[in-house]
Design a protein around this ligand. Structure first.
Ligand code: CP
Ligand code: NVA
Length: 320
């Protein structure tokens, strides 16, 4: 008869466009749902409660993907729902049909929209037009699903994230932006070492500092050795993000001193761990020995994309 009181925190119908969108209790709700789903999935590879039975998710991809596509698609299936993959060549968002018209149509058919695109404003326009939950699965500005999975991974590994130091080495890009917004609010010190001219978006950093309990825990520098010293985890990502391919050769030269290798890790410390959102460019931003080595958390991060996104999908699309 004793039934746990329903949580006052609810994500029903909610969008996830930015790593700043979820309050701390809402992040906790996603993480606790993800933990329960992960335990059940690891035990049986099945979920008894098909909380997304009959629900559909449209997935708009204007950039390539492995992890995001498979984790959202498999995640919907595992929870009893269905995902529809829509490539640029299928839909022509903004070319064959306007962004708003695509959103208006999807709104009549499915229960949620996942979007991977270039300009963040496209994801915002879809969310402003559709009445159903819209999930940002990477824009040029942010990658909130990645940041949630990464912080979840750190919490699994360390027990708590408050006070941890994460040193991001490389481009002040979408992945860094979302880590700064989410991590600093959760008490991490989020450091960045970037080459001159490749720093983060100033407005986003100002927002991350304004939201953080301690704005000084967002540290931005250009010296990778100084930034990694004493860090609990060193994080890196591609030097050339999707959409920047024309700059790849110049970036390869500029970013060369920012490679995460054994020499840099020896400056960081003997217990420092390594993260990468993947896909990795072996020999560029990270060496194979580090990526495949004992300090690497990259496959835990990739696995947790599945569990954390399922946690969000169950809370936002489920139960209505
Ligand atoms: N980390 C990540 O989002 O990977 P994909 O680009 O393969 O989806
Ligand atoms: N910063 C990278 C992340 C890929 C998951 C990109 O945008 O291409």
């Amino acid at each position: 008869m004793s039934q746990a009181a329903e949580s006052p925190v609810s994500l029903r119908g909610r969008d996830l466009l930015s790593a700043a969108d979820l309050s701390m209790p809402e992040v906790e709700l996603v993480f606790s749902r993800a933990t329960a789903l992960k335990e059940e999935f690891q035990a049986t590879r099945r979920h008894v409660e098909q909380v997304l039975a009959g629900r559909s998710l449209a997935m708009l991809f204007q950039k390539p993907s492995l992890r995001t596509r498979v984790t959202f698609e498999a995640g919907m299936t595992q929870l009893g729902g269905h995902a529809v993959h829509l490539a640029t060549s299928d839909v022509g968002v903004g070319t064959r049909e306007s962004v708003a018209d695509v959103a208006r149509n999807l709104d009549r058919w499915v229960d949620g929209i996942m979007v991977r695109t270039f300009a963040h404003a496209i994801a915002e326009e879809i969310a402003a037009t559709a009445h159903i939950p819209v999930i940002n699965a990477l824009t040029d500005l942010e990658h909130p699903c990645q940041a949630l999975a990464d912080v979840f991974t750190l919490r699994e590994r360390f027990g708590a994230v408050d006070g941890l130091v994460l040193a991001f080495v490389g481009d002040g890009n979408n992945v860094y932006h979302s880590l700064a917004l989410l991590g600093a609010r959760m008490g991490l010190e989020v450091r960045l070492a970037h080459p001159p001219g490749f720093g983060p978006d100033a407005a986003l950093v100002a927002r991350a500092r304004a939201l953080a309990p301690d704005p000084e825990r967002i540290v931005i520098d250009q010296d990778p050795r100084a930034v990694v010293r004493g860090a609990d985890v060193v994080y890196t990502d591609a030097w050339t993000s999707m959409g920047q391919e024309a700059e790849a050769e110049r970036r390869r030269t500029v970013f060369a001193p920012y490679r995460v290798d054994e020499a840099l890790l020896s400056v960081a410390g003997p217990t420092t761990l390594v993260m990468h959102c993947l896909p990795a460019h072996r020999g560029d931003e990270i060496t194979s020995d580090v990526l495949d080595g004992p300090r690497s958390l990259v496959l835990e991060q990739a696995e947790n994309r599945l569990h954390v996104q399922k946690g969000f999908l169950a809370e936002s699309l489920g139960g209505r």
